[in-house]
Design a protein around this ligand. Structure first.
Ligand code: NAI
Length: 309
């Protein structure tokens, strides 16, 4: 069996860094695509030239077209504009809609059996758009957000408690907006519920920082948005799929009645394996949690309506 083929569309901050993590993990050969001339080629060659130093075997090539992407097992789509200070993810909708429609058509024509991982914002809406435009089964189109959002929550908990990030398990539901729903009740440190370890006010403060975590980075960077943690999160999904790990991770997928929601792409716990999003794991929520999920779903629905598809 040859190596897997991973195409990454958009060779900007998220795309190029995703290529870096994927190459280091030897997940497969990588094709980096961008409309900017020379950028994907230059970044790919530079990354490949790092391979003798780091000792990874992966072919990395860059292109402005899609021929090289032919027969990809997995395609990560990061093409599009990021946020600047003062912008919400929804402000990107019109611009990124056009980009995603073109990109998905090109990708699907050459890799009809691929699994698509969407990264472009507004994430839930772009995942819905990619699902509809690709015509792929729902198991093969998903979006990255929940892993990033839980990673932020875990990072803030680790800082607060001075414990290893490795021992923290966290769960989060909902859309990738400031109305996302971190679930402290399902968050543990080595199995010990967070609610037994920190007072409610502290947890609330960490939840609030998590919700605004993307904006915190945008306000610091000023010219763009986060990319190290987002690209690492996308590659965690890629790894779970390419190695058929059956990991349970929060991902944005199409819901058809699960969690009481229909015809929406939304963040829920998903089993990731070789077939993509192989199962959706439902859980019992309290009335308060249900309300928060409903509010988040309402924002995503509104955004999907604006797509007019
Ligand atoms: P960036 O501006 O560094 O890179 C985007 C790249 O897409 C640019 O190189 C641009 O030339 C390319 N591009 C634009 N139109 C294209 C087309 N038609 N075909 C191919 N490439 C095209 O932006 P960055 O920081 O990499 O972010 C990318 C996207 O990911 C943004 O929409 C951002 O909001 C989103 N994002 C989503 C996250 C999530 O949690 N889902 C987290 C971080 C970013």
């Amino acid at each position: 069996m040859g190596r897997k083929k991973i195409s990454i569309i958009g060779a900007g901050f998220v795309g190029a860094t995703a290529a870096h993590w994927a190459a280091e993990k030897e997940l497969g050969d990588i094709v980096l695509v961008d409309i900017l001339e020379g950028i994907p080629q230059g970044k790919a060659l530079d990354l490949f030239e790092a391979s003798p130093v780091e000792g990874f075997d992966a072919k990395v090539v860059g292109a402005n077209g899609y021929e090289e992407t032919k027969g990809s097992d997995l395609v990560i789509i990061t093409s599009g504009v990021p946020r600047k200070p003062g912008m919400s993810r929804e402000d990107l909708l019109e611009t990124n809609k056009k980009i995603i429609e073109t990109v998905v058509a090109q990708v699907v024509a050459r890799s009809p059996d691929a699994i698509l991982i969407m990264v472009t914002n507004p994430l839930d809406t772009m995942t819905y758009l990619a699902l509809k435009r690709s015509g792929f089964p729902k198991q093969r189109v998903m979006g990255m957000a929940g892993i990033l959002d839980t990673a932020r929550f875990k990072a803030f908990i680790a800082l607060e408690m001075v414990v290893s990030v490795e021992d923290i398990q966290a769960l989060l539901l909902g859309g990738h907006g400031d109305e996302m729903v971190p679930l402290p009740r399902f968050t543990t440190i080595s199995g010990i519920p967070l609610t037994q370890l920190l007072p409610k006010e502290t947890i609330d403060r960490l939840v609030d920082r998590t919700r605004k975590g993307g904006g915190e980075i945008v306000n610091l960077l000023k010219t763009g948005s986060a990319f190290y943690a987002p690209s690492a999160a996308a590659i965690q999904m890629a790894e779970a799929i390419l190695k058929d790990k059956k990991r349970i991770l929060p991902c944005c997928v199409y819901l058809d009645g699960e969690f009481g929601l229909k015809d929406i792409c939304f963040g829920v716990p998903v089993k990731l394996g070789a077939k993509g999003a192989e199962a959706i794991i439902e859980l019992q929520l309290t009335e308060d949690e249900k309300k928060l999920v409903a509010k988040s779903a309402e924002s995503v629905k509104k955004s999907i309506t604006e797509l007019k598809i």
